[in-house]
Design a protein around this ligand. Structure first.
Ligand SMILES: [Fe+2]
Length: 252
């Protein structure tokens, strides 16, 4: 059992830690700039921006949404097409939300593991409350899987936006599973996840409106209400953790 906190120490990353090295660093940056300009003017060498543009011009999109595999999906998709709607765009975003809620569940699992080895948690924060949020994320994932199934999609598909959101979340997991990170850093990470959750549910509710899925829209509104609660709760715990860490009389 332990409690980590931000301490004063021998951090030497700032330029002011060594004025001599700082001068050399600035000279090297100037040289690099000159080299870049002369390479550019001569029209020779590899320019990183040009290279990126070239790759972009030739790149395929990140995956695709599979066509419906059952009759319900085919009819649903055809009916939506008649109404001028592209069901696969909705299925892509539902797949993204499902992936996010599933990884949100895992992020909370990692948070619970981290916090359970702490000697003290911020005042007002409990493992049980963390577990409750974790269970709600898991319930959202199950509800989304149902919704995808109901629309004739395959909930086990990794859609393009699901793939992209998986890459985005990698940093969150790295911070959470890093044994050195503090409770406040873990809470800041959960806050990032929750802010994305709230905005993404809002956008999904807007998107589904045009698809005439009133029952789903209602379930999504309930999920949004839960996400707003999560965001406010995590923000409150983080505020307390920072308060306790920044001022004397806190938990040190
Ligand atoms: Fe959440």
């Amino acid at each position: 059992m332990h409690q980590r906190d931000i301490t004063l120490g021998s951090n030497r990353t700032g330029m002011k830690a060594s004025p001599i090295d700082a001068g050399e660093l600035m000279e090297a940056m100037e040289l690099q700039d000159q080299l870049r300009t002369s390479t550019h003017e001569a029209g020779a060498g590899i320019d990183a921006d040009t290279l990126r543009s070239d790759y972009r011009a030739e790149a395929e999109p990140v995956g695709s949404v599979p066509p419906p595999t059952n009759l319900r999906g085919m009819f649903g998709s055809a009916a939506q097409a008649l109404a001028g709607n592209k069901l696969h765009v909705l299925l892509d975003k539902l797949g993204e939300r499902a992936a996010y809620e599933r990884s949100g569940t895992r992020l909370y699992d990692a948070a619970i593991l981290k916090m359970s080895s702490e000697t003290a948690l911020p005042k007002g924060m409990t493992l049980a409350a963390l577990q409750e949020i974790r269970d709600e994320e898991a319930a959202h994932f199950a509800m989304l899987s149902d919704a995808i199934e109901k629309l004739g999609g395959d909930p086990t598909t990794q859609t393009p936006c699901a793939d992209v959101t998986g890459v985005q979340s990698m940093g969150l997991f790295q911070v959470m599973s890093d044994p050195r990170t503090t409770v406040a850093q873990a809470l800041q990470t959960l806050l990032s996840a929750e802010l994305i959750d709230v905005a993404s549910w809002e956008l999904l509710i807007q998107l589904i409106e045009g698809f005439g899925q009133d029952e789903l829209a209602e379930r999504f509104a309930a999920a949004l209400a839960a996400e707003n609660r999560h965001e406010a709760t995590v923000r409150g715990w983080l505020a307390t953790a920072l308060e306790e860490s920044a001022h004397l009389g806190g938990s040190e």
